[in-house]
Design a protein around this ligand. Structure first.
Ligand SMILES: [Zn+2]
Length: 391
């Protein structure tokens, strides 16, 4: 399911918008337009100012879009530093609670990781500082600019400072959690450092869910007053908790596969079928060999694609009767997406499966260049479980 659309490209990085981002954008416009101006110690919206509704919502929309650009700048800073360390950035997606830069390989190097992690909050602090100084500059010099604009300038600054502080909480996988892990990883193995950082991140998430619902923590820090929290905190906490868990299991998987090569995991028997094989025949072959994935080759042994039980399952009895393997093979864009060399790291195979949304890849011999086997996600998963069990 496509949940995000590409809206542009900056310094070669595709910028995507997740559908949930639209909700937060509308929420921000609404918050700016009717948020209390004088009720608290700092202005939070144009709500207490008498003005034309059209102008109110227009200015709020402009401010909300500017806020979107400052979020983007935060993510761009992470990406920029990562690119300097040679990491490829696939895309930046803006969604519900902020942005996410999809990086090829987050460096497992503490020195690099903390620099990449701190770049975002540093940018948010800088932006926040510029906006807030502008606001106080206007006030100090007694310049008369349109009041709602001044207020929005202040709010943008304030939001960026909040964003920076919030991201610096040592709750993995937020930026602060990454910095914390890098700090630990200099003193202990990467996997152990990740487990600690994830644990702290989860504790933070639980505190945020419960505390944020009962009383707004930002508000308490700002003013010392206790006001009711809202549902956004438990939602954000849930998102953080899931992200922390995912990152932990990914790290465990990658650490477990350390040193394992494709040739250790690949299957060298029951690997391929001919493209003109009838589906009915393939179905009984699968059953007989208890195998759900095959590479498809032509008469001269050339790789044509793959066929898996997933495709066969969708066919009607009639279709199975007259279709051949070549009618159902899953197509591929480029050969490099589906062929690995046997000496390649198993982690690379896993990454490529995830990136290309494939459950099976072909393996060629390093010397011969011939097709020598296949590697499947299922085999990898079993292999990882066995490695864990034997550790
Ligand atoms: Zn960040």
């Amino acid at each position: 399911m496509r949940t995000s659309i590409q809206v542009g490209t900056i310094i070669g990085i595709p910028i995507r918008l997740h559908f949930t981002f639209l909700f937060i954008l509308l929420g921000i416009i609404w918050g700016f337009a009717i948020g209390p101006t004088w009720e608290y110690r700092i202005p939070l919206g144009l709500g207490d100012i008498e003005m034309d509704p059209f102008l109110r919502y227009s200015l709020s929309s402009i401010a909300a879009i500017l806020f979107f650009f400052t979020l983007l700048l935060h993510e761009m800073s992470h990406s920029y530093i990562a690119m300097k360390f040679g990491t490829k950035i696939h895309s930046i997606t803006l969604f519900f609670f902020g942005g996410l830069a999809m990086m090829d390989d987050i460096p497992r190097n503490p020195e690099k990781e903390w620099r990449i992690a701190i770049a975002g909050p540093a940018m948010s602090f800088a932006i926040g500082g510029v906006f807030i100084l502008t606001y106080f500059g206007i006030k100090t010099l007694n310049l008369v600019i349109y009041e709602p604009v001044e207020i929005l300038v202040f709010i943008l600054g304030f939001f960026n400072v909040i964003l920076a502080f919030f991201n610096l909480l040592p709750a993995f996988p937020m930026d602060g959690g990454r910095i914390f892990r890098a700090f630990l990883a200099k003193r202990m193995p990467f996997l152990k450092a990740t487990k600690w950082a994830v644990l702290i991140g989860k504790i933070f998430a639980v505190i945020m869910a419960v505390g944020g619902f009962l009383a707004n923590p930002f508000w308490f820090i700002l003013t010392g007053e206790i006001v009711t929290g809202n549902i956004l905190f438990p939602l954000l906490a849930m998102f953080l908790y899931i992200a922390a868990t995912e990152e932990e299991s990914a790290t465990i998987t990658f650490a477990t596969l350390e040193g394992i090569k494709v040739k250790n995991v690949m299957r060298i028997e029951r690997t391929s079928v001919l493209e003109d094989m009838p589906i009915a025949e393939l179905a009984s072959k699968m059953l007989e060999e208890k195998t759900a994935e095959y590479a498809v080759v032509n008469e001269s042994g050339e790789l044509k694609g793959f066929v898996t039980f997933e495709e066969i399952k969708k066919l009607t009895a009639e279709q199975r009767h007259f279709l051949r393997v070549s009618d159902v093979i899953s197509p591929f864009n480029s050969v490099s997406d589906i062929i690995l060399e046997e000496e390649t790291a198993a982690t690379e195979a896993l990454k490529r499966m995830v990136r290309n949304k494939r459950n099976v890849l072909a393996v060629k011999g390093e010397v011969s260049g011939n097709f020598v086997g296949i590697i499947t996600k299922r085999d990898l998963a079993i292999y990882i479980e066995m490695l864990k069990g034997s550790a």
